[in-house]
Design a protein around this ligand. Structure first.
Ligand SMILES: Cc1cc2nc3c(=O)[nH]c(=O)nc-3n(C[C@H](O)[C@H](O)[C@H](O)COP(=O)(O)OP(=O)(O)OC[C@H]3O[C@@H](n4cnc5c(N)ncnc54)[C@H](O)[C@@H]3O)c2cc1C
Length: 324
């Protein structure tokens, strides 16, 4: 019951300001977002990869309001990629990006009579996001790694899939995410499960209406397994994004039945969640990629982690109360 309330709060600017400024928030945030700057995150990357884990890096931020912020988001990824180049990790460290952070939801600037004005030229948020994400995908490819487009709320997905398709023309290894809770996803999976594609399947982290998404956990879990079967039986590269022990087990069985060996698919989990399981799966010979978020604009990401598990909220509230 708490999940939807926290997800609604994740869109509140007032709460964002209060929670982000409270000093007691920091230690709890650090569990999920282990750094704010590239310099803080590089040692985390080095440590994880030296332990046999792979990473997908998320510079946190979403729902930006100006084209300048979208350009800054692009530049933050380019700065990260410069640091990864020195580490020479190849696909062991890839990037995850949220297109909302690259300007996807921005309205086009109103046409100024006679043209001109200082606003950068773009005809739609979709076009701006594509223009901003392309150099990131190019830079990632230049250091031998890839980018995966995260899935945000359902209203953004047609644009995300169109950008994915466009990027794949030049960079076929560009990945995308699909969400099991959406009714549309089984069809998306069939379309995407083709040779050369990389698809991460997750349950879904946004507050979605009953008109487009399953609401009950049991139904979402069943849908996840149906969609995972499609991906495993297809020709693409499935990325199993879940901490659910049952799903981890079923994924191994579905892979075995589809004739896939470890390395023909991978597991992905979030930094700070079931960390001992990351190491266990890597030791068993699986590719295990840890989604690692860093940066200062962590509020939306943090609130979704609280919503997924009410115990996280209790932990957070307890730390607030005991510090006062
Ligand atoms: C690599 C990765 C990338 C993702 N990318 C996206 C994306 O692009 N779009 C999107 O909508 N969603 C994304 N998600 C989030 C996803 O949709 C789910 O909200 C999240 O993974 C929880 O679902 P679950 O499969 O782990 O199963 P659940 O049934 O929610 O959880 C199973 C078990 O995992 C543990 N667990 C799960 N979440 C937490 C938590 N927050 N804190 C502590 N323990 C927890 C608990 O032990 C829980 O019992 C991503 C998740 C992962 C792992």
């Amino acid at each position: 019951m708490l999940g939807p309330v926290i997800l609604a709060a994740s869109r509140s600017d007032r709460l964002r300001r209060v929670v982000s400024a409270a000093p007691v928030t920091k230690p709890v945030v650090n569990r999920f977002i282990p750094g704010e700057t590239v310099d803080q995150i590089v040692p985390i990357i080095v440590d994880a990869t030296s332990r046999g884990l792979e990473l997908t890096m998320d510079v946190v931020g979403e729902d930006i309001t100006t084209p300048e912020q979208a350009a800054a988001a692009r530049d933050a990824y380019l700065e990260l990629i410069e640091h990864l180049k020195v580490l020479d990790l190849g696909t062991r460290a890839e990037m995850s990006v949220k297109l909302s952070m690259f300007g996807q939801s921005l309205p086009a600037p109103a046409a100024t009579p006679g043209g001109g004005g200082s606003a950068p030229a773009f005809r739609s948020g979709h076009e701006l996001a594509l223009a901003n994400v392309r150099p990131v995908v190019e830079a990632a490819a230049a250091i031998g790694t890839t980018v995966t487009l995260d899935a945000e709320d359902h209203t953004t997905l047609d644009s995300m899939f169109a950008i994915h398709e466009e990027l794949r023309k030049d960079f076929p290894q560009t990945g995308c995410v699909i969400q099991a809770y959406l009714f549309r996803t089984e069809d998306d999976a069939r379309r995407l499960a083709a040779a050369g594609s990389r698809v991460r399947l997750v349950k879904g982290a946004y507050k979605e209406p009953a008109s487009v998404a399953y609401q009950e956990k049991a139904e979402i879990d069943k849908a996840y397994i149906r969609v995972l079967r499609v991906l495993m039986e297809g020709d693409g590269y499935p990325m199993v994004g879940s901490h659910d022990p049952r799903i981890v087990e079923i994924a191994q069985e579905l892979a075995r039945r589809a004739g896939r060996k470890p390395g023909d698919f991978e597991f992905q989990m979030l930094y700070g969640i079931r960390s001992e399981e990351h190491v266990r799966l890597a030791r068993e010979g699986h590719r295990m990629r840890v989604y690692t978020a860093y940066g200062t604009d962590w509020y939306g990401y943090f609130m979704r982690r609280l919503a997924e598990k009410p115990a996280n909220l209790l932990f957070f509230l307890r730390s607030v109360l005991t510090k006062n």
